[in-house]
Structure formats: structure tokens, C-alpha cells
Design a protein around this ligand. Structure first.
Ligand SMILES: *Cc1c(COP(=O)(O)O)cnc(C)c1O
Length: 218
């Protein structure tokens, strides 16, 4: 497992998938998912020039990134895991992008905190495209209302995010997410992980969240 080599290989595959879809490679952002990975692998990725990372837990992310912030001022940290309202203050102070807005209560707590600190982070609304009871994300039918609430509250909603059900063909979920985004005038779609990021790019992903294919199994 050579992280530097993996980074090059994944970037090459992203480029190929973008070109195959007739898209500009600059329109597809790799989010390197560093959650639960040993620190030396993250150091290697930083040395290779990776600056956009995804973490799923606020506390783990604080441990990993709080001190590195000062060393790499161009870091862009995405929160990709469920956010509890009691972690909002820490999340808003550490992260640059919140990908997992999924309920009105969270919208209001986020908006209050962003107003307080004057930092309106770009947000994605997570959509539970597979309608799975155990999964975070708003139901497809609740999206229009949640989006209204978020926009009224002043949140800077830039796009939608989804995690398709494990073991299902992800393509219909990706297609649905991008259709919903474009229907609501949202430009960004965060979708696709190690196993399916090329499919996601074919369907319009602007952000792919890749962990194990870069850093190895967790
Ligand atoms: C862990 C995680 C990923 C990365 O998954 P891999 O299969 O390791 O690429 C992407 N998105 C979310 C929301 C995750 O929690």
C-alpha cells in the first residue's frame, strides 16, 4: 500500500472518468477521506499535495487537524458524517464544508452558530436516496421543505450529498441526486466512494469522497 502511488492512480482514474463523460476534470474534486487512518498516511498525502480531506467525526477530526491547520493554511476540511447539534460549535470552527445537513433542527443550530462567528460555510444537504431507516439524510420528499428552511435561515447551501445503500447498484441513486440538485438550482453533487466514484462522475458528481482506495482498509 503506497499512498503516494494511490493518489496518482486515483487522480488518473478521475481524469479518465471525467473525460469519458465529456466533463472537465477541474469540475470534479477529490475529497480524501482520512477518517480512522494512521497519521503517517495523512502526512504522506499532505506531502503529495492533497489538501481536501473528509472526516466523519468532529472529535477525531479535531485531534488530527487542529494543529495542522496552522501548517497548511490551504486545507479544506469536509464534514461527511452525521452532525449532532451539541457538536455544531466545534464543527463550525474546524470544518470548511458541512456535507451532512439533514434536518430542520440542525439547520437552525448551524445558522445560529454561523451567524455568531460570521462564518457561513458552504453546506450540502444529505439526501437518503435509498430511504433507509438507519441512514442519515432527509427523505427525498422532504428535500424541498428542508431546502426552503435552510435558505430562509441563511445557510449557504451549495449542493446535495448521498450515500447509496450498500449492495445496490448506485447509478440510479447518483442519477436521482443530480436530478434533484439541478431541479433546485444547486451546482454541487457529493457522491461516489472508493468502489463507485467513476460511476458517480459519469452521473455528474462534483465531489467524490474516496477513503480506502487511497489509504487502505480501515
Ligand atoms: C467513509 C466514508 C467514505 C469513504 O469510503 P471508502 O469506501 O473508504 O472510499 C465516503 N463517504 C462517507 C460519508 C464516508 O463515511
Amino acid at each position: 500500500m503506497n499512498v503516494a502511488q494511490n493518489i496518482t492512480e486515483i487522480q488518473t482514474r478521475i481524469t479518465a472518468a471525467a473525460h469519458a463523460a465529456g466533463r472537465n476534470v477541474g469540475d470534479v474534486q477529490l475529497v480524501a477521506v482520512s477518517k480512522m487512518q494512521p497519521d503517517e498516511k495523512i502526512t504522506t498525502a499532505l506531502a503529495a499535495g492533497v489538501r481536501v480531506f473528509g472526516e466523519n467525526r468532529v472529535q477525531d477530526a479535531q485531534k488530527r487537524w487542529a494543529t495542522r491547520r496552522g501548517v497548511y493554511p490551504d486545507l479544506v476540511l469536509h464534514l461527511i458524517g452525521p452532525l449532532q447539534t451539541n457538536k455544531v460549535r466545534d464543527a463550525v470552527s474546524l470544518f470548511d464544508v458541512i456535507e451532512t445537513v439533514d434536518r430542520p433542527r440542525l439547520v437552525h443550530v448551524l445558522a445560529d452558530e454561523m451567524r455568531r462567528v460570521g462564518r457561513w460555510l458552504p453546506c450540502f444537504i444529505q439526501v437518503n436516496t435509498g430511504d433507509e431507516s438507519q441512514k442519515a439524510g432527509c427523505a427525498v420528499g422532504e428535500l424541498p421543505e428542508l431546502l426552503n428552511i435552510a435558505r430562509d435561515a441563511g445557510l449557504n447551501v451549495v449542493g446535495l450529498m448521498c450515500i447509496p445503500p450498500v449492495g445496490e447498484n448506485p447509478a440510479p441513486h447518483f442519477e436521482l441526486l443530480c436530478k434533484l440538485a439541478s431541479h433546485h438550482d444547486l451546482l454541487e453533487c457529493s457522491m461516489g466512494m472508493s468502489a463507485d466514484f467513476e460511476v458517480a462522475i459519469a452521473h455528474g458528481a462534483t465531489h467524490v469522497r474516496v477513503g480506502s482506495a487511497l489509504f487502505g482498509a480501515r
